[in-house]
Every structure is written in C-alpha cells, then in structure tokens.
Design a binder for this molecule. Structure first.
Ligand SMILES: NC(=O)c1ccc[n+]([C@@H]2O[C@H](COP(=O)([O-])OP(=O)(O)OC[C@H]3O[C@@H](n4cnc5c(N)ncnc54)[C@H](OP(=O)(O)O)[C@@H]3O)[C@@H](O)[C@H]2O)c1
Length: 253
C-alpha cells in the first residue's frame, strides 16, 4: 500500500486573515508550501503584495483580499468574496486587535474595537463559512488564540478575554460540526517576534531582553515560521480525529 501524504494540501484553498505580515504571513506561506491555493488578507488594499510575490515565486498561487474586520459585517463579506474566488476549505482566523491596557485604563472604544475584530468578525466568518464547509463535507478552521486565553496578563485584560471567548466559540462549533467533517481547533502562541511587539523591543531593548529571558522555559521569543508546522497539521487530513482542542506553542510556560 502506498503511504498517502496526509499533510498534502493540493486542491485545497485556504483563506488566512491578517496574512500581510507576522504569524499570518508565515502560515500562509507554509500552507502554500504544502500545496494549498492561498487567499491572502490584510486590513488595507495592497497590504499583502509582498507575501503574494513570495508565494508566487515559490511556485504556488495566491489571491488577495482586503477589508477592515472592525466594521460590522466585514467577516461575512470577506467569506463571500473569498468563496467567489474558490471554495474556502481552510479558514485561518489570525487577524486580531490588541490594545495593551489594564482594566482601569480600558476605554469603551478600546473595548468595542477589540470585541469587533476578535469576536464580532470571528462569529461573522464562522456563520458564513461553516455551513458551506459542511455542505462539502470537508473543512478545517484554525483559530489563532494566545497563551493569554489560559493565563491572562492584566496588561492585556480585554484582549485576553476575547481570546478565551474565541476559543469557546471554536469549541461549541467544533461540537456542532464534528459529524460533517468540519474540524475546528485553536493554535495558541506564546510570545512571537512580530510587529505587534516591536515597539516594546525598540523602546527598551535591555528591559525587553530581560523580560524575554525569563518569560518561558526556552528564554526566547518564538519566530513566526515556528507556528507553521502545527498550522499545516491542523489544516490537513493529518488532523482527522481532533476538534475543539488547543495546541500551545509557547517555548514552555
Ligand atoms: N505576536 C505575538 O506575540 C502573539 C502571541 C500570541 C498570539 N498572537 C496572535 O497571533 C495572531 C497574529 O499576530 P501577529 O503578532 O502576527 O500580528 P501583527 O504582526 O500585528 O499582524 C496583524 C495582522 O492582522 C491584520 N489586522 C489587524 N487589525 C485588522 C483589522 N482591523 N482588520 C483586518 N485586518 C487586521 C494586519 O493587517 P495590516 O497589515 O493590513 O494592518 C496584519 O496582517 C493574532 O491573532 C495575535 O493575537 C500573537
């Protein structure tokens, strides 16, 4: 018997939100490397051009869509526009808003913005994408969570709460869609070196180094490409009996 490559994504289309840079870009390039056609997404038109060029140069294919996910209905519209390009087999919910503020410093606008991007658009996308995947009897949702969904730091109070709620949504939908071969899981990174935390690193390089050295067992931040292996697994046929779960990639925490 020939051993099938259970990580092969040829013939699949993956929509990766927030794939203009950071973890989303690395995951998009990783899924493309495994054979998937990629639909890239950034907040503004043109944000994903460089990533698209790298994917095409590697011999894979990618389309681009843009849209601000804080706007009402933007998640649903994004799925509809992606489906007009190709059936979305794999949805990576990666774009997120993170405002560093303790509870006492949190403004109503900070709260509304993080709720809209992290929860509102997630619900919107799931409402639109899951029935379509179910009708096709194959689907994978990879929701990018955070170690803060389990062990929240007070400086990211609202962001952490949205990540916990996002995983809760993934679990309830995993239960509802399990028999349709539509499997939903969370990939939860610890600290990863991206634009998101670059300002903290640049403002106080020594303090940052000390923080990172003691943050996890490996004593370093992760790199975006270190998220790719788990993402390909969760997006593939290799992940055929796992749903509603979380993979933590934290360097030991
Ligand atoms: N980096 C970490 O240490 C870390 C740790 C744990 C979890 N995470 C999670 O991992 C994911 C990726 O993080 P990252 O550090 O790679 O992020 P990043 O470098 O800040 O990139 C954010 C991405 O999301 C898009 N985005 C942001 N706000 C948006 C909006 N309102 N509408 C549409 N798109 C929007 C950005 O698009 P534009 O380029 O067009 O602005 C960009 O592609 C997030 O879910 C984050 O919560 C990150």
């Amino acid at each position: 018997m020939r051993l099938e490559n259970i990580f092969d994504l040829k013939g699949r289309t993956a929509l990766v939100t927030g794939s203009s840079r950071g973890i989303g870009a690395a995951i998009a390039e990783g899924l493309a490397g495994a054979g998937a056609h990629i639909i890239l997404h950034g907040a503004k038109p043109g944000a994903t051009v460089a990533v698209q060029q790298r994917i095409v140069a590697s011999g894979a294919t990618a389309d681009e869509l843009a849209g601000d996910l804080s706007e009402a209905g933007a998640g649903r519209a994004l799925i509809e526009r992606a489906e007009a390009i190709a059936p979305v087999d794999i949805l990576v919910i990666n774009a997120s808003a993170q405002i560093n503020a303790t509870l006492s410093a949190l403004t109503p606008n900070d709260l509304a913005f993080q709720f809209a991007v992290n929860l509102g658009s997630t619900i919107d996308m799931l409402q639109s994408a899951l029935p379509k995947m179910a009708a096709r009897k194959w689907g994978r949702v990879v929701s990018i969570g955070s170690v803060n969904q389990l062990r929240p730091k007070s400086v990211v109070t609202a962001y952490a709460a949205t990540k916990a709620a996002q995983h809760n949504l993934i679990q309830s939908q995993a239960r509802d869609y399990a028999r349709e071969n539509v499997l939903l899981n969370t990939l939860a990174p610890g600290l990863v070196d991206t634009d998101r935390n670059a300002h903290r690193r640049d403002e106080d390089p020594e303090g940052w180094e000390e923080y990172v050295r003691t943050l996890n067992w490996m004593g370093r931040a992760g790199r975006p490409e270190e998220m790719v292996g788990a993402a390909v697994f969760l997006a593939s046929q290799a992940c055929s009996f796992m749903t509603g779960e979380t993979i933590y990639l934290t360097g030991g925490y």
